[in-house]
Write a protein that binds this ligand. Structure first.
Ligand code: MAN
Ligand code: CA
Ligand code: CA
Length: 505
């Protein structure tokens, strides 16, 4: 059961879609053309003319209508646009009234689009052998076919005469049997010529609505001449009606851009030369304007630089530079992060080594306790310790060299003494003592420097197994003083021996 319902719905949707697509595709753009329209109120000016229209014969304009013919016998009247119609597609709505006291009226009213202004003539008030379109609202049944009032369209290329006696039945393009006389409201006819299709709708004036149109005729492949005029004419004969034109509303129709044939993108040589010439002219004009601007505003030009416009090569170089700068920044950032990782790794290793080395010293008695919490050694603290150790080592090496120097000097004195002293030995001894004092001062200074250095906060030598040449200040003092005392004792002893030896001479 569901399947047929679904298929019906699908068909309806498809149908509606086609309608929407179809109607959307064919909807032309409409524009009201006031130069080809008239309507009341205030239709006629003080001199009786109607703007953009000319009329003659029995036609008479008033405030709200143009009476093309009065209901008097053998009248002809006409109204024509002053200007030719410049647009190829159009829609014209004619609102009019045909009224008379008789049961039968005559002869009828015509709407025209033709290449000449058909002033007074036999075809519903206009001239015959026209070129273009005639839409005839034929009230009187001349051929007695009981088919009037009738609405009839007829094309003419200027070669045909309208057959009045047969009501043009054999000449018609199309038409419809409609009564348009003595209606409660004005009747309306809408004529559309769009894409070579002629369509006629009719509103019989039974209501005031302007929407109740019904199709009268449609004809395709209709080719109307260009540059025609719109016109209205009417005629009476043995019988007569009032033929009143109330409104003529014209719209031009434009084919939507989506339906226009697309250009193939190629241009002719002539067009190319034209565009090139226009470009050159524009460029020259631009250069002149730039030059004028420079003259008028030199300070602004100087502030801006040589050119406000970037050269393509300069732009490429700038882009390359910016790219390289970006790469450089990225590398720097990576380098920084790598340093950070290495730092963390070193701290971790230091912590591990501290734990390992501190495990034996900090373990609670007997090795049965849990490890105590140990402070983490920072890298800069380790560096400080190492630097301090290096300085101490260097100082110790300096002291060693000084001590060696003192020993060498002492050895030299001893040698001199062994070779026998001569005159002036007392002076040499004095110089030696002074030099010894100077050296001692240097030693003292170095020691003072060492002792004045702040001790690192962290445990130093004992906790760092790889650091050699550690010497405490106490030991160093002790050995130095001992050495000096020995040397002085030795020198004193030798001096006494020499004094005693001299006594014997
Ligand atoms: C007369 C003639 C015709 C005309 C009728 C109706 O018979 O003038 O041409 O059509 O009257 O007016
Ligand atoms: Ca007729
Ligand atoms: Ca007829």
């Amino acid at each position: 059961m569901a399947s047929p319902v679904c298929s019906r719905i699908a068909v309806i949707v498809l149908f509606l879609a086609f309608i929407v697509i179809d109607s959307g595709a064919e909807l032309p753009l409409k524009r009201f053309e006031y130069k080809f329209s008239f309507k009341g109120p205030h239709m006629a000016q003080k001199d009786g003319s109607v703007p953009f229209f000319e009329f003659g014969g029995s036609a008479l304009a008033s405030e709200d209508q143009i009476r093309v013919t009065p209901s008097l016998r053998s009248k002809r009247g006409y109204v024509w646009t002053k200007n030719v119609v410049p647009f190829p597609h159009w829609e014209v709505e004619l609102i009019f009234r045909v009224s008379g006291r008789g049961r039968v009226g005559a002869d009828g009213l015509a709407f025209w689009y033709r290449t000449d202004k058909g002033r007074e003539g036999p075809v519903y008030g206009s001239t015959d052998r026209w070129n273009g379109l005639g839409v005839f609202f034929d009230s009187f049944d001349n051929d007695n076919q009981r088919n009037n009032p009738f609405i009839l369209t007829m094309l003419n290329d200027g070669s045909k005469n309208y057959d009045h006696n047969s009501d043009g039945q054999t000449q018609q393009l199309g038409g419809c049997l409609r009564d348009f006389r003595n209606k409660p409201y004005p009747v309306r006819a809408k004529v559309e010529y769009y894409k070579n299709t002629l369509t006629l709708w009719f509103n019989n004036g039974m209501t005031e609505s302007d929407m109740n149109y019904e199709l009268c005729m449609r004809a395709e492949n209709v080719i109307l001449p260009a540059n025609g005029y719109f016109g209205i004419s009417a005629a009476t004969g043995g019988l007569a009606d009032d033929h009143d034109a109330l409104k003529l509303l014209t719209h031009s129709l434009t084919v939507p851009a989506s339906e226009l044939p697309k250009p193939d993108g190629r241009i002719t040589e002539e067009e190319r030369q034209k565009f090139t010439r226009e470009y050159d002219e524009y460029y020259e004009k631009l250069q002149k304007q730039k030059e004028e601007f420079r003259k008028l505003h030199p300070e602004r030009v100087a502030g801006i630089g040589v050119e406000d416009f970037e050269d393509p090569n300069v732009r490429d170089l700038r882009l390359i530079y910016e790219g390289q700068h970006g790469i450089h920044q990225t590398i720097r950032e990576l380098n920084r992060k790598l340093d950070e990782i290495i730092g963390r790794q070193e701290r971790t290793l230091s912590t591990l080594s501290s734990v390992q080395s501190g495990g034996g010293t900090h373990m609670g008695g007997g090795g049965g306790g849990t490890p105590q919490m140990i402070d983490t050694i920072k890298r800069h603290e380790v560096d400080n310790v190492l630097n301090t150790q290096r300085e101490i080592s260097q100082s110790v090496r300096d002291i060693r060299s000084i001590v060696n120097d003192v020993q060498q000097k002492t050895g030299a004195i001893h040698l001199n003494q062994g070779q026998g002293g001569r005159a002036g030995d007392g002076l040499d001894f004095k110089l030696l003592v002074n030099e010894l004092q100077d050296n001692l001062k240097l030693v003292k200074k170095d020691i003072s420097y060492l002792t004045s250095k702040p001790e690192p906060r962290l445990p130093t030598c004992p906790d760092l197994p790889e650091l050699p040449n550690c010497l405490s200040a106490g030991h160093f003092y002790f050995f130095m003083i001992l050495q000096i005392v020995v040397i002085l004792g030795y020198i004193s002893y030798k001096h006494k021996q020499e004094v005693n030896a001299k006594k014997f001479f």
